[in-house]
Design a protein around this ligand. Sequence first.
Ligand code: 7TS
Length: 417
Amino acid sequence: MAAKPEVCKELNPTQVRKDFPIFERTIHGKPLIYLDNAATTQRPRQVIDCLKNFYEHMNANVHRAVHTLSYEASCAYEEAHKKVAKFIGAKSWREVVFTRNATESMNVVAYAWGLQHLQPDDEIVVTIMEHHSDIVPWFMLRKMKNISVKFIDVDDQGHLRLDQLKTLITLKTKLVGITHASNVLGTINPVEEIIAQAKKVGAVTLIDAAQSAPHIPIDVQKLGCDFLAVSGHKMLAPTGIGFLYGRKEMLEAMNPFLHGGDMINTVTTESATFNELPWKFEAGTPSIADGIALGVAIDYLTNLGLENIYQHEQKLLEYALDKFEELDGVQLYGPHSAVNRLAVLSFNLEGVHPHDVASHLDSEGIAVRSGHHCAQPLMHRLGMDNTARASCYIYNTEDEIDALVEALKRAQKLFRR
Ligand code: 7TS
């Protein structure tokens, strides 16, 4: 197994890169510059080795047998829940439910909480900058339960219109769902203020932390939210594993979302009683190795230090914002300053389709995403259909930002002809 990185005072991306085998490969003969981290991050050797180690030495189902392998797998899987709980400041590891991803986490809230608690004419308030996974589940409930879904708007720079909170969040509001950070604009939202407003009217709060948990320290007890949804693959863990934090009282009062093995206590031909938390919400054989590897990813991030990660990305963002100033004919979306903003840069080159921009960048070994980023209501609000998007993480460097900007200049020449 590769050695764990030392706990560092300042993040050194060149050192960090050495843990990521993917940077040994080239793309079209060029070194890989990976700037699609908002879609998914790369995996360090420690996480890859954990998967290999599990299948080679520990593989067994959890919670089902008394043999050694099953016991070890069960302990490691439970330990991973404990690491997540510590990472987000949960009161108890039993408040951490492993899911496939943030999308599934939010659907658990919709199905397990929403179906049970919502009544006709109730309202759900979300923001216009939500990812579709914090919009479409509520549309499902709107149809089934005859409720309405309201949207907090943004201003033209991509800040939430907090002046709308009091008019939109009312006694009719039963749930407020907010993304902690926008995957398109990078805006970090003042979730504490919104949670406070939601609490005044007794509404339940759901924070989509898919983009924030990998980049900034999170403490669910300080935030005071009821639910928090995260995807592991955006924070170095394998795909197919994520989690839902739920306040114990909330989870205890909810019915399960999926029914079957492991989520029960006893079953007769007449009825079933449910298992204790969090297993009540983890029906069937879970993604055991991926869950354990999520714990290893959390160890890795904790060793780097979330505050160091945030500072590193702030520096990159400031550098990138300055560099983008050099470019004519580029529209950059989102807040103009680095304050309360992640290093996510959505942009368009005048007269060039973002897919063409992304294809050109790929030809130079640079991976960015183009498209609507699963945030179509926001795109429409800001008057566009698609953007190109560069998003940074722990292994990105200022040199890579330079390479991006130079490649964009070449794309402009190429496509303008
Ligand atoms: N919430 C936010 C804020 C996201 O950015 C994403 C994924 C999700 C939820 C859903 O995550 P999943 O792991 O369940 O799919 N965002 C992106 C993106 O920006 N590009 O690809 C996926």
